[in-house]
Design a protein around this ligand. Sequence first.
Ligand SMILES: Cc1cc2nc3c(=O)[nH]c(=O)nc-3n(C[C@H](O)[C@H](O)[C@H](O)COP(=O)(O)OP(=O)(O)OC[C@H]3O[C@@H](n4cnc5c(N)ncnc54)[C@H](O)[C@@H]3O)c2cc1C
Length: 571
Amino acid sequence: MPSYISKCAGPPPLVFFSSASIVPSFLPFRFSCNTLCCWCHSFRPSLPSVSTSPTPPPLSKCAAPPPLSDSSSAADHVVQRHHRRSTLSLHSAMSIFGGMIARKFSSATTRSLHVCVVGSGPAGFYTAEKMLKAHKGAEVDIIDRLPTPFGLVRSGVAPDHPETKIVINQFSRVAHNERCSFFGNVTLGSSISLSELRQIYHVVVLAYGAESDRVLGIPGEELKGVHSAREFVWWYNGHPDFSNLTPDLKSTDTAIVLGQGNVALDVARILLRSPKELSTTDIANHALTALSESSIRKVYLVGRRGPVQAACTAKELREILAIKDLYVNIKEADLVKTSSDEEEMKNNRIRKRVFELLSKASTSRSPSQSSGQRELHFTFFRKPDKFLESYDKSGYVDGVHFEKTTLKENDSGNQIAIGTGEYEDIKCGLVLKSIGYKSIPIDGLPFDQSKGVVPNIKGRVISSSNGGENEDGLYVCGWLKRGPTGIIATNLYDAEETVASISEDIEKKEVTSQKAGREGLVHLLENKKIKFVTFGDWEKIDFEEKKVGSLKGKPREKLATWNDLLEVTTK
Ligand SMILES: Cc1cc2nc3c(=O)[nH]c(=O)nc-3n(C[C@H](O)[C@H](O)[C@H](O)COP(=O)(O)OP(=O)(O)OC[C@H]3O[C@@H](n4cnc5c(N)ncnc54)[C@H](O)[C@@H]3O)c2cc1C
């Protein structure tokens, strides 16, 4: 009688049922199949493994079946993978052990749990990881509108922060789990609708981030040369939607960055750092070329409130202040603290540290006489009133008209900026608005327009039409759930909360309905003639980027257009 193995240090020992011999035989025993044998994960059964042989054969003798033919389409591959798994592991097992195994399947509530995660950023991958761990039989499909996974880890995190991107390794391990599949180039809202997804999957988790911007709503915002920080970041990170942004860095020596959070510091640092230093990062080639030719020497980082309220963290601030030969300008008068400021700093260690760093920086360096020295001006107590149009170049920005502000405590005890009626202009040829990202609603999804998030309780989407009830099987995670704040790791805790809600709901209400899951998705996409990108396809992109990058001393040279990205997947 086979014994069920409930626990082991790594993934469970792998058992391959040979229907011909009727005797279960071992595929290679492995702790990390994904790295040792790319085939095994296609055949690892999802049901509890059955062991009859005490010693697994050595790895080198992997009895993996022949690889899928190169000419197979992505759809074939995913369906074959799925079919082979179900026919080889499920059918064989059922024919061997008949009713016993069959009963095991039908009574295992999570065995046929089909889960779709929309968005392959940190929130999506952490959710997938936690679902796979919590529900041993669940199949998790991650869809993303891009052919590349990892969301803002690839297209947001600054190129000179390689250590932050290491988390990609962890996410790749999740994608290699045999119960997980990646479908890139699939957009919720156009390739597939939310109602279609909900018909196919028991659980749909929306983790598609925040891909739009808050707007200031002031005159001149549409002028050329005014960009959101998101667009600029996507441009230098090689996001295929913005590789043709072509910000004009040559007609001006001054850029204004509106906002003083970490994203604002990122874009200011990229403008101010020497292109030579950036040339060994994974910055997009077009951005490196433009930055090498840039005439921008002066960057203003402008905030509505004072240095105590600057929204950045000490690490990011220290980094920009450490740029070589940079003149940092902070007005002494702005550093005068009020008693409310003192109180704020007492209650917030980060604010205190940031203020200390700014105070130190204000006195540490004087401008050098050398021409072309780069300058960073921290400008506090200013709110943009309108963007100024150039007299010479119609339709182009030439500066920002600011109103000076002062701080006033509101009813909840926060210090807010209010205008003083005094104004000041700062001339510039480039403006980057770093005032916040915003999520985009999609058809059929409850959406809180004012907060820019999907209304939810602990990740359960709350219906807008159904008297505030939970939307059955619909969950949310990450920036779409809580707004565009927090670091990568914040999404881990967020995913834990959402997955806990899913698990509670499954516990309460056993999943009995049949859903088509992955196979249904593949058929739907095929019918719609949507060429989706598998994780294997992404690995071709990854390989190509690293190969080209290594020739230039870069970790990778990003493929930055849709054409280039999709072309590599067909090789
Ligand atoms: C410029 C910038 C720099 C940052 N730097 C750091 C840093 O150095 N360290 C740090 O810890 N954190 C950093 N963060 C924060 C971190 O990136 C976020 O916390 C995190 O990425 C949010 O995760 P998410 O999964 O909710 O969204 P995202 O990472 O945005 O992922 C969303 C995914 O959904 C996909 N998607 C969007 N719409 C659709 C659709 N309709 N259909 C299918 N897929 C869709 C997108 O392509 C994307 O892959 C930074 C953020 C920004 C903006």
